[in-house]
Design a protein around this ligand. Structure first.
Ligand SMILES: NC(=O)C1=CN([C@@H]2O[C@H](COP(=O)(O)OP(=O)(O)OC[C@H]3O[C@@H](n4cnc5c(N)ncnc54)[C@H](OP(=O)(O)O)[C@@H]3O)[C@@H](O)[C@H]2O)[C@@H](O)CC1
Ligand SMILES: [K+]
Length: 565
């Protein structure tokens, strides 16, 4: 099952009853113990032991700093040399006492005198650049958006000093840290400067190797922006009463409400913002039951490729066959049908009923798609619309008498999404690809809201938005997936997932089900692409990946849950 990630507001709301009941300190001790466990593990794996490790703690004035100080005290008791920099002067009282008692050294802080603060920042930055481990406990879920001096000065100076050290190390062969390996940056709850809800990164922000997050996964750690700078996510459970709402959403706290989407204002801020989908979730890939036959297992119709580009049709179709559809019907260009049947004789080319369609990869003739699209819209057949089919969408939306089927998935890349939005969204007439790439969450949600379809926005970090604003964030795939035809394979996989996964019972959350299945298709595509050098290689690996997961389970993945010891 995908796991939910929440907004900062939802987490704070869930914490409040426990704080009111006087359990704040015990929560913090659990959080800090989990944090210390992760730090010890990191130090042991980098340098073999904790004794003698040089640790710099950046501690802010709130509980985030408190977590960092308590964890640092634990590490100091085990022989680490801990130096604390408190750029804002104020510190969590219990955390400061614990760190002092454990022997931590505190740098002078005089944040109220600008020049002194700058001198302290330079000293702290220099020490941090040479440390084995830096703990970022500046700000957590209580952060206000902008980072100003002295916080921005400190982070900036540290990152510049760390860069200088590594250049120096490369030039002279000198060791940068006490064990020669590169420095480990551990963010407490969320890297400072990253919005815990939206993942938006400020001009200055921390880049972590590991983020240890408490109580609930924070949405921003799994969304574009935050996900790139949070490193590995380790999760420490605090037993908060935070659970996905019964009907699955639509909780959109943290983003402005978009036209066509429900506003969150009147709802309790307790639902997940994002569903995080990982390799382990491939266990949910739809499989045939003992009584299934080819029709109940799911028939997928494909219209992909053209006389000019028959290969796209072959890739889309073979991907679906290897992913385990009950039957595949290929319509459209005869050249494509012949090429597909030559590779997969089980494919049929006669028209007939299908449980889902994948259309548009490889520039099929528009009239071939239109013929089946209008019928599919009338019957509510799930659709996957890629490339050429996306180009038809504005015209289709303007003439269709019914909305798109609620299990429709659009699979644009940033350029195609830009093109679509400029044609259907009056407010996006001047949108360019760069705008979409710099705020993919906003624009994917916008397109989903306007079309009523699930939008799977392809990219390094593929993102899926439902029309009501819910998001699914599959873990990213290998860079090798960026190859010609890779998108055609994905369209086939999403189609196969819808054709086989939405049966036999109709679902009461069709868009959510389609989005979750699309996310599984992304994960399967990622895994199949691990060792592949071409789109054909991805197709060939699909069946083996599914067989491996069925027999031994997904390997090398996990949710990163940390248990405090
Ligand atoms: N609650 C719980 O049950 C548990 C919580 N836990 C931990 O608590 C963290 C949340 O703690 P928190 O609420 O104290 O907020 P935190 O992020 O430390 O910052 C607040 C301080 O920073 C200041 N400040 C803010 N923005 C600023 C800016 N841009 N620039 C400068 N200053 C800024 C702000 O100042 P103010 O806004 O008041 O002026 C205030 O002084 C959470 O992430 C987790 O780590 C765990 O221990 C587990 C149990
Ligand atoms: K932090």
């Amino acid at each position: 099952m995908p796991v939910p990630a929440y907004s900062a507001a939802a987490v704070r709301a869930a914490e409040q009853p426990l704080l009111d009941a006087g359990r704040g300190e015990s929560l913090m001790r659990t959080a800090a113990a989990g944090l210390a466990t992760v730090c010890r593990r990191e130090l042991r794996s980098a340098r073999g032991r904790i004794t003698g490790a040089r640790i710099v703690v950046f501690a802010g004035p709130g509980s985030n700093g408190g977590d960092a100080l308590l964890a640092a005290a634990n590490l100091a008791h085990r022989g680490a040399h801990v130096t604390v920099s408190a750029p804002l002067g104020r510190l969590h009282a219990e955390g400061r006492r614990a760190a002092r008692r454990a022997g931590a050294l505190f740098l002078d802080s005089a944040a109220d005198v600008e020049t002194a603060a700058e001198a302290t920042a330079a000293e702290a930055a220099g020490l941090a650049a040479e440390a084995d481990l830096v703990l970022d406990g500046l700000l957590g879920t209580g952060a206000r958006p902008r980072l100003d001096p002295p916080l921005s000065t400190l982070i900036h100076a540290w990152q510049a000093a760390a860069r200088r050290r590594s250049v120096q190390q490369a030039n002279t062969g000198q060791r940068s840290t006490s064990h020669g390996a590169s420095q480990i940056v551990v963010a407490v709850d969320v890297p400072t400067g990253v919005d815990a809800t939206t993942g938006e990164c400020g001009d200055v922000h921390v880049r972590a190797d590991v983020t240890v997050t408490f109580g609930a996964r924070k949405a921003g750690l799994h969304l574009p922006g935050g996900a790139e700078v949070s490193g590995r996510i380790e999760y420490v459970d605090l037993g908060l009463d935070l659970h996905p709402s019964e009907d699955g959403g639509p909780p959109l706290d943290g983003w402005p409400s978009l036209e066509g989407q429900p506003s969150r204002e009147s709802e309790a801020a307790s639902g997940p913002e994002v569903w995080v989908v990982d390799d382990v979730d491939l266990r949910d890939w739809p499989r045939p039951g003992p009584h299934d036959h080819k029709y109940t297992r799911g028939v997928l119709g494909v219209i992909a490729g053209s006389r000019q580009f028959p290969g796209a049709g072959v890739l889309t179709s073979l991907a679906a066959v290897h992913a385990g559809v009950g039957m595949l019907r290929v319509q459209g260009a005869g050249t494509v049908q012949d090429a597909v049947v030559a590779r997969a004789p089980e494919v049929v080319t006669t028209p007939g009923r299908v449980q889902a369609w994948t259309m548009g990869s490889g520039a099929p003739e528009p009239h071939d798609m239109m013929e089946f699209l209008s019928e599919a819209i009338g019957t509510g057949t799930p659709l996957v619309l890629d490339a050429g089919a996306l180009a038809l969408l504005p015209a289709l939306l303007s003439v269709a008498t019914s909305p798109l089927p609620s299990c429709t998935v659009l699979t644009p890349h940033a350029g195609e999404l830009t093109e679509l939005l400029t044609r259907i969204d009056d407010e996006a007439a001047d949108l360019d690809r760069g705008d979409v790439e710099s705020d993919p969450v906003r624009w994917a949600r916008r397109a989903a809201g306007l079309t009523g379809a699930v939008v799977l926005l392809k990219g390094h970090r593929t993102l899926i938005a439902a029309p009501d604003g819910r998001l699914w964030a599959p873990t990213p795939g290998p860079p090798g997936l960026a190859t010609a035809g890779s998108g055609d394979v994905l369209a086939g996989l999403v189609g196969a997932a819808l054709a086989t996964g939405l049966r036999p019972d109709p679902t009461d959350d069709p868009a959510g089900s389609a989005a979750a299945l699309a996310a599984l298709a992304v994960i399967l595509h990622n895994r199949a692409g691990r060792f592949a050098r071409s789109a054909s290689g991805i197709v060939e690996a699909i069946a083996a990946e599914l067989a491996e997961i069925e027999h031994v389970g997904p390997t090398g993945t996990g949710r990163g849950d940390t248990h405090a010891r």
